[in-house]
Design a protein around this ligand. Structure first.
Ligand code: AMP
Length: 360
């Protein structure tokens, strides 16, 4: 496949809010969208012409979905690689299998980040309490113990501050499936991220760096531009481009960074092999959003401009913050997004709101 034409079909594995916003851009560009997810009525189905509701282990359902797709993409990184292997004979998968493979495992990911010179926190692989003790000895405290796989929004990780925390941390995570990784604590100045859109021809455009503030491990707000030096911004952009290139990604990926104190530059925290929450500001804040450029890239179309139209601020609406929906809409400059989720559970991303300012 070199290029898709309007009317052809984009298959999305996963159908949450990221899938929904991808579908919005796909539909805008004239493509058909089909989705595949274990949930019956996830956020993207309002925009999909067909929804395949089955488990990611259901090979027959995956084959039926793939048979109807001209290109396949995914909206979250915890899709089993076996699902990608089932759909692979039917259509190209983008950004690509390797992106997912690297990003799914924190140990592979950190090895990879060092290989491409993006840097990362010091780390040790841990598979027993004794190895955890040795890792603490090597890296010092504080440190963060994380599951290698299936962690997100702070799930599957625990902080160690004192020696007494070793046994507690092991009790909390030692039974987690797969092995663990201990990371040295990075006393960072702030967190930033860069979103990269890379086309089939290898040409790439970037968004950011944007400054991300978290609350309870969940992204709370993003501010563009990030208040960092030009050198620091350039370093983050170069490192993110190197990651995308080394992964041979086609589409959008995001690299999250820690900005070190005292002008120490940036080191990578993690790779999201997909469109990312810290890129939501691009919908109204740039000529071509991360979602649009992802669709352009995976369909072989040229990329659109990624420059910010002004200072931008994006707030996530988590849990019952979505109750502010009408109040926010009363502000005529607020771009309010509701993901159409029926139930506002604690910690659930229900929507977001973006303001594009005319001055800082
Ligand atoms: P992660 O899921 O690895 O992105 O971790 C979630 C958040 O926890 C990060 O965005 C940081 O705010 C914090 N965090 C994770 N790892 C470290 C670390 N090694 N040092 C300091 N803070 C960390």
């Amino acid at each position: 496949m070199t290029k898709l034409s309007p009317g052809q079909t984009i298959g999305i594995l996963g159908a949450g809010q990221l899938g929904r916003m991808l579908a919005q851009s796909a539909v805008q560009l004239g493509f058909d969208v089909i989705t595949f997810a274990p949930e019956k009525r996830p956020p993207a189905v309002q925009l999909a012409s067909a929804h395949f509701n089955a488990a990611f282990t259901d090979a027959a359902a995956l084959e039926a979905f793939a048979a109807d797709a001209d290109v396949i993409t995914y909206e979250f990184e915890n899709i089993p690689l076996s699902a990608l292997d089932t759909v692979a004979p039917h259509a190209p998968i983008r950004p690509g299998r390797r992106c997912l493979e690297v990003a799914q495992d924190r140990l592979f990911e950190k090895d990879f980040l060092n290989t491409v010179g993006a840097g990362c926190a010091p780390y040790r692989s841990v598979s027993s309490q004794q190895e955890l003790e040795e890792a603490v000895e090597a890296l010092g405290l504080p440190a963060v113990l994380k599951t290698r796989r299936f962690g997100y929004d702070g799930k599957g990780q625990t902080f160690l501050r004192t020696q007494a925390d070793i046994a507690l941390a092991w009790d909390a995570l030692g039974n987690a499936p797969g092995e663990l990784i201990l990371e040295g604590f990075v006393d960072f100045e702030r967190e930033v991220s860069v979103v990269v859109a890379r086309g089939v021809n290898g040409k790439a455009r970037t968004y950011g760096p944007v400054w991300n503030e978290h609350s309870n491990h969940i992204l709370h707000r993003s501010i563009m531009p990030a208040p960092v030096s030009d050198d620091c911004a350039d370093e983050a952009i170069t490192k993110a481009l190197n990651v995308a290139e080394a992964l041979e990604a086609v589409g959008v990926i995001c690299v999250e960074f820690f900005v070190l104190k005292d002008g120490g530059g940036v080191i990578a925290n993690e790779i999201a092999p997909r469109v990312h929450n810290s890129g939501h500001w691009t919908i109204e804040g740039t000529p071509a959003s991360q979602f649009e450029n992802h669709i352009r890239a995976i369909t072989g179309l040229p990329l659109g401009l990624t420059d910010a139209l002004g200072p931008v601020e994006m707030h996530n609406l988590i849990g019952n913050e979505i109750d502010d929906y009408e109040t926010l809409l009363a502000d005529p400059s607020a771009h309010v997004h509701h993901y159409g989720k029926p139930e506002a559970r604690v910690g659930r991303k229900m929507g977001h709101v973006t303001w594009v300012r005319s001055d800082p």
